[in-house]
Design a protein around this ligand. Structure first.
Ligand code: TYM
Length: 326
């Protein structure tokens, strides 16, 4: 059995990009692997968070994990800050990584745009992410395309340490879906769909009302040509919508093209609204059931205990190999 690890930041507005790029994979991978899914609250404080809102967002993500189909009897679900090993290992990894490689991270460059000085945590974000992964001897990391560079860095650090010290870490592989790995903003198909974009119609959040879903899709940017053909370069708007349709409906892109041959964007968008609603309604219903149940806190507590047991073993091995402590 392979070990799978991934995480989502509790920063609100979990959207269909997060779902189609990452969460959907989380659910599929449970069948044949031992999966560990984390709510990475320590990553979220790389930008200031309102403490009350953060607590709420943590529980929202936990409930969403379960609502999309993560089975907490099989998989471990827990909150990152409940397991001290993440921060501990992050320091050790920081001592084995370089400012040069961190400076090359495109996500850092984007998030730090226009600032003279960066919060240190934002700069070292990928190291904490590497610690999350390596702490659990992870084989597979299901994520969206935007995390590719972070996974590469994690692998580099693991290989470097394995070469410098005894074989200490399992070197993980990223897992990216063919469709869904990069869902673009509905109002700007050249930017990735994001939780923090100002325009709420740039994204569809998993908990959006039906009227909001319809509005966001019907006003999504397309082009003036009017034919439903997949061409990410020349027709990024409609191609992004086709991508979303393809993953929600389970149809290949070529089937989508065939189905809508000769039809207009308006007709296609109506069908996309339908398939999106059909996919999100059961998630919303399940979420409502779980979100305020007492069970949710118990599950997270149990998850943290199980995660801590694994983490402590890794930390012990790492300290031993590095000659740390007595
Ligand atoms: P976060 O919360 O920003 O994103 C969660 C997951 O959603 C994916 N994603 C997307 N996929 C497709 N299209 C999009 N528009 C889109 N936007 C986001 C992300 O790739 C991610 O898989 N750094 C991670 C959190 C993290 C983590 C980890 C992941 C921290 N430690 C260890 C894996 C392993 C992140 O981006 O979270």
């Amino acid at each position: 059995m392979k070990r799978v690890f991934s995480g989502v930041q509790p920063t609100g507005n979990i959207h269909i990009g997060n779902y189609l790029g990452a969460l959907k994979q989380f659910v599929e991978l449970q069948k044949e692997n031992q999966c560990i899914y984390c709510i990475v609250d320590m990553h979220s404080i790389t930008f200031p968070q309102d403490p009350k809102q953060l607590k709420k967002n943590i529980l929202d993500v936990a409930a969403l994990y379960m609502a999309v189909g993560i089975d907490t009897k099989k998989s471990i679900v827990f909150v990152q800050s409940d397991v001290p090993g993440h921060a501990e290992l992050a320091w050790i990894l920081a001592c084995n990584s370089y400012t040069g490689e961190l400076s090359r991270m495109t996500q850092f460059k984007q998030k730090n745009k226009g600032r003279e000085s960066a919060p240190t945590g934002l700069f070292t974000y990928p190291i904490l992410m590497a610690a999350d992964i390596l702490l659990y001897d992870t084989d597979i990391v299901p994520v969206g395309n935007d995390q590719k560079q972070h996974i590469e860095l994690c692998r580099d650090i693991a290989i470097r340490i394995n070469n410098r010290y005894k074989n200490t870490f399992v070197v993980p592989d990223g897992r990216f879906l063919k469709a869904g790995a990069r869902i673009m903003a509905l109002d700007d198909p050249l930017s990735k769909m994001s939780k923090s974009a100002e325009n709420i119609h740039s994204r569809i959040s998993l908990l959006d009302e039906e009227t909001k879903i319809k509005k966001s899709i019907m006003r999504a940017t397309t082009d003036s040509e009017g034919s439903i053909k997949f061409d990410m370069k020349e027709k990024p708007g409609i191609s992004n919508l086709m991508n979303i349709y393809s993953v929600f409906s389970g149809m290949e892109i070529c089937e989508v093209e065939k189905t809508f041959e000769g039809k207009g964007y308006g007709d296609f968008k109506k069908e996309l609204v339908q398939v999106t609603k059909e996919s999100l309604t059961p998630i919303k219903e399940k979420y409502e059931e779980i979100r305020h149940s007492k069970e949710l806190l118990d599950i997270l507590k149990d998850g943290a205990e199980r995660a801590n047991t694994i983490s402590e073993k890794t930390i012990k091995r790492v300290k031993e190999n590095f000659g740390l402590g007595l």
